[in-house]
Design a binder for this molecule. Structure first.
Ligand code: CU
Length: 157
């Protein structure tokens, strides 16, 4: 009887391990790098950029972002149509399985507005990225000056 009980426990434990493996969250598979934001004077919105790499076997999707430093964070996409720069709201940015998605100037970006305190170049801003399954990833974005065009680490080109 007790032997059977132990077997049941073992099976249960094995089942739990399998379940955990199959249902790891999207955020657990995402690696964020080159995270930075561009600080503009006054109350102008700051654009934030990051490279998201998905190490998982399933696609992941960036759905939301929030920050304690900025009251509002939106996912946007810039495009250039006949020399006119436009910006549109984006609901979802898919990060393909074993692929990556780049938020970069001129394309996808996070738009941060309503700063709670003034952000200066060199500061670190924490942004929590939210994914399709509800999982989240907290990422440090380094603030860079208005004329910056990348994260400033200089070795990734
Ligand atoms: Cu924008």
């Amino acid at each position: 009887m007790s032997c059977r009980f132990a077997n049941t426990l073992l099976l249960l434990a094995a089942g739990l391990l399998l379940t955990t493996g199959a249902y790891a969250t999207e955020a657990e598979h995402i690696r964020a790098s080159q995270a930075w934001l561009r600080v503009l004077p006054g109350d102008l919105p700051a654009g934030a950029y990051v490279t998201l790499e998905n190490t998982g076997d399933q696609p992941a999707s960036l759905r939301s972002a929030r920050s304690t430093t900025y009251a509002s964070v939106m996912l946007h996409k810039s495009s250039d149509e006949g020399g006119v720069s436009r910006m549109a709201m984006v609901e979802t940015l898919v990060i393909p399985a074993h692929g990556k998605a780049e938020l970069a100037p001129g394309g996808y970006h996070l738009m941060l507005t309503k700063a709670a305190s003034s952000v200066k170049p060199g500061d670190t801003v924490k942004v929590t990225l939210g994914f399709g399954d509800g999982s989240t990833l907290e990422t440090d974005f380094v603030a860079r000056p208005a004329n910056a065009t990348d994260a400033g680490t200089g070795h990734d080109h």
